[in-house]
Design a protein around this ligand. Structure first.
Ligand SMILES: *Cc1c(COP(=O)(O)O)cnc(C)c1O
Length: 429
């Protein structure tokens, strides 16, 4: 093969995979095996010393899972990556090599609900903490960074309001303060946005969503840009000083740009065990082959539905960043050149009660707490995912009482619109 850089549509099918060397199988086999036989004692020793790359035990690496990790790494333009059991596992695994008790992460206020709870509550048990700030206020982000900050965290397209983070500005800020930027690229997918091009150090994904695309399995991934200098500040001893959890290996010295990836396998997956299973990786490999085709249709449909809703007298407002009326419309060509995704909210006249009636009247839409499925999905956050929050907290999170969130699928746009039309008629009757 030549050095020609292949396009996205080619990479999503071929990257990380070749005909199976043992059988010639064209599709990536599901290597449903816990362990892999060593050639001899010397081979085993080389593998454990990270002198040779190979398969030992599926909590660490597995050929099917490795094919998926390599494919996502290519699509994001990174140097290495790992897969995990879920998107939330990937987030913990991304922070794990960077953090110590007493350290904090500065994160955007606009986050997926589960991430909000993970960062503000659960990580406290590890002695970590998060400071949440408005990422449109760069001075506030900078002011939140202190000597114990070890990462900056945000989402490219933030759930649920269709908000697009100015990754160029945040990437530049992260550079200035010498910290890694972690971007959750779940809602955009690598087809719509490549955070590494905008300065991200690590990209995390819930592969549960668009990458798998059909709502079958949970999974997560981390891709490392390979660009961060872990040794410069002395703040990342797990990566750039002797790591006691791996017989004193200095990962950065030994492995350079692959330090984060190898640490994540040799220490993170080994000891935290948040491993993706090969069957799950198989489903995601199947889905990812059609990612760009699906995303084009998702975006196309979202534009049509958002436009229709914006012009309907029963609707108060629509938050889709693909609309010219969005305050974030100018960020789309720069940050998400292939489209603003397919996740947005709209406000229904008549508030809470009419939203509930709308949800109960849809027929094509599924009422679920998920996104990024081929199917169109709908949820009333105020009565479900954001139920425990106060009115003010709900409004700040983009989940006010009168707001419904949709994840637009790849059905016929006319059918999606017809379903919303009949449900709105019933809701406002
Ligand atoms: C779903 C989701 C997650 C969590 O992923 P799981 O696979 O459900 O653990 C994290 N971030 C975003 C943006 C998500 O949509």
């Amino acid at each position: 093969m030549s050095d020609r850089q292949q396009g996205f549509d080619t990479l999503q099918i071929h990257a990380g995979a070749a005909p199976d060397p043992a059988t010639g199988a064209r599709q990536v086999p599901i290597y449903q095996s816990t362990a892999f036989v060593f050639k001899d004692a010397a081979h085993a020793a080389r593998l454990f010393n990270l002198q040779e790359v190979g398969f030992i035990y599926s909590r660490l690496t597995n050929p099917t899972v490795a094919a998926l990790a390599e494919r996502i790494t290519h699509l994001e333009g990174g140097v290495g990556g790992i897969c995990c059991s879920s998107g939330h596992a990937a987030q913990i695994m991304a922070l794990f090599p960077l953090m110590m008790p007493g350290c904090n992460v500065v994160a955007s206020t606009r986050l997926y609900g589960g991430t909000y709870t993970q960062l503000t509550q659960t990580i406290k048990r590890f002695g970590w903490s998060a400071k949440l700030v408005d990422f449109d206020d760069l001075d506030a982000v900078k002011a939140a960074v202190d000597e114990n900050t070890r990462a900056i965290f945000c989402e490219s397209i933030a759930n649920p309001g269709g908000y697009i983070t100015d990754l160029d500005a945040i990437g530049k800020l992260a550079d200035e303060v010498g910290l890694p930027l972690i971007v959750d690229n779940t809602s955009a997918s690598p087809y719509l946005c490549n955070p590494i091009k905008h300065g991200a150090t690590l990209v995390v994904h819930s592969t549960t969503k668009y990458l798998t695309g059909n709502g079958t399995v949970t999974g997560g991934a981390i891709v490392d840009s390979g660009k961060f200098d872990w040794g410069a500040s002395g703040k990342f001893p797990s990566l750039a000083a002797p790591e006691p959890a791996y017989h004193g290996l200095n990962f950065y010295e030994a492995l350079g740009p692959m330090a984060f990836t190898f640490h994540s396998i040799a220490v993170g997956l080994r000891d935290l065990g948040m491993t993706m299973n090969p069957q799950g990786a198989h489903y995601t490999l199947m889905g990812i082959e059609t990612l760009s085709l699906r995303m084009r249709k998702h975006v196309d449909n979202a534009m049509k539905v958002a436009n229709w809703l914006e012009n309907d007298p029963r609707i108060e407002s629509v938050t889709y960043a693909g609309l010219a009326s969005s305050p974030y419309a100018d960020r789309v060509p720069r940050i998400c050149p292939n489209g603003a995704g397919a996740l947005f909210t709209f406000a229904v006249k008549g508030g809470f009660d009419n939203c509930v009636k709308l949800i109960d009247s849809v027929e094509l839409f599924s009422h679920v707490a998920n996104l990024g499925d081929t199917r169109s999905l709908i949820i009333h956050s105020a009565s479900t995912t954001h139920r425990q929050l106060s009115d003010e907290q709900r409004a700040a999170a983009g989940a006010a009482d009168n707001v419904v969130r949709v994840s637009i699928g790849i059905e016929d746009a006319d059918d999606i619109i017809a379903d919303l039309d009949q449900a709105l008629t019933k809701a406002l009757a």
